[in-house]
Design a protein around this ligand. Structure first.
Ligand code: NAD
Length: 351
């Protein structure tokens, strides 16, 4: 077994990044060597005081706004990047990381299958990663698992796939302020519609990535991709850790998408997300129905909680990204994800 612990740096210490730190501190064979965030209230503070935890490590970790010094002085094996949703905005950060010859896992939704929206940047990132001998992966609960990889995996026991319907009905409550903003939580309906009309309403980012990941994995051509969104309006006041929606305002977004081949829908997606769905009796769950041979009907109730799911999959993919051949990877390129229950160093290939 490798002697040195796996050195991890975290860039973005919000809901996801801080959750990853907590998870890593409970695992064997990891060491957090640096954390970077720009939030004034964090800079200069120990992560253990922010997390309200005793320090189980030999070293303290003081939050810094200077990623360059973390990369140069602490020499991490990998950076968990949890700051962005879009490839374009994550790209300069990813470039900084890989130019220091450090592997990267990004939570940016578009990075789960970046070629769907950013084919040129995808080629560039792949080239740069290969040149520097490191790997990049985008992942998360969705995109990254519940509405794409899971369907791809289960299709492995099918002789033939005709079409599929994938639904995820979930809570937005575990997510931080970046997600609240993107989903329009707390906006009036008029503000929401204005942003939607001007193209500034993100809603769920990732349908195109998930659909193209499935289609490419199964060897299906895509003729047409189309998505729709509408606000979910609350009829009571709702408060979550990072969001608030007053009665009559927006508490989430209902999204749907259709991917077509020869004018026929082959992938149908439905994804209503809102804060505190249980307050109005909405049951959450993940559902995958695939028509074909044999027919598949997966159902997981309630949904895999988005916060834990994203935190876990990013941490659990660390050894696979370190082991991977250099380049830009997606979840359909790497070994199947699994929980790390032993020492992570046992999962690393011999150097
Ligand atoms: P958050 O708002 O709670 O945290 C983001 C953190 O990043 C903040 O602390 C912010 O100060 C910091 N930050 C932003 N820009 C920075 C920069 N340039 N340098 C240093 N720090 C910076 O958001 P979150 O809930 O933790 O989510 C993070 C991102 O991951 C979001 O864009 C979100 O949409 C995405 N996400 C994806 C999935 C998925 O399933 N693929 C799931 C959850 C979150």
């Amino acid at each position: 077994m490798r002697k040195d612990k796996v050195k991890v740096a975290i860039w973005g210490f919000g809901a996801m990044g801080s959750g990853m730190a907590k998870m890593i501190l409970n695992k064997q064979g990891f060491e957090i060597v640096g954390v970077c965030d720009l939030y004034e209230g964090y800079i200069g503070k120990s992560i253990f005081s922010i997390l309200k935890l005793d320090n189980p490590q030999d070293n303290d970790v003081i939050i810094s706004n200077n990623i360059e010094s973390i990369l140069t002085e602490k020499k991490p094996d990998i950076v968990l990047l949890a700051t962005d949703s879009f490839t374009k905005s994550a790209y300069p950060k990813i470039k900084t990381i890989i130019n220091h010859k450090v592997n990267c896992i990004s939570t940016a939704e578009e990075m789960a299958y970046p070629k769907a929206n950013e084919p040129e940047l995808t080629k560039e990132m792949d080239k740069l990663a290969k040149k520097n001998g490191v790997s990049i992966l985008g992942t998360g609960v969705n995109p990254g698992m519940m509405m794409d990889l899971l369907a791809v995996c289960i299709s492995g026991v099918m002789e033939d796939v005709k079409d599929m319907k994938i639904s995820r009905i979930n809570s937005l409550s575990p997510f931080g302020k970046t997600v609240m903003e993107e989903q329009g939580v707390g906006l009036t309906v008029a503000e929401f519609n204005k942003r939607l009309k001007s193209g500034n309403m993100a809603g769920h980012v990732g349908f195109k990535e998930s659909s193209f990941m499935i289609a490419d994995a199964l060897g299906l051509e895509v003729d047409d991709f189309n998505q729709q969104m509408k606000p979910i309006i609350t009829d009571i006041d709702r408060k979550s850790p990072h969001g608030f929606a007053a009665k009559g305002d927006v508490c989430g977004v209902e999204m749907s998408a259709k991917t077509k081949l020869n004018n026929k829908t082959i992938i149908d997606m439905y994804h209503p997300q809102q804060i505190e769905p249980e307050m109005v009796g909405t049951s959450t769950g993940d559902y995958i129905k695939i028509n074909g041979t044999p027919e598949i009907n997966l159902s997981n109730v309630p949904e895999v909680e988005g916060g834990i799911g994203t935190i876990a999959i990013c941490v659990n993919m660390i050894p696979h990204v370190i082991n991977a051949k250099p380049g830009l990877k997606t979840m359909i390129d790497l070994p199947v994800p699994r929980a790390i229950m032993g020492d992570v160093r046992n999962m690393l290939d011999e150097e």
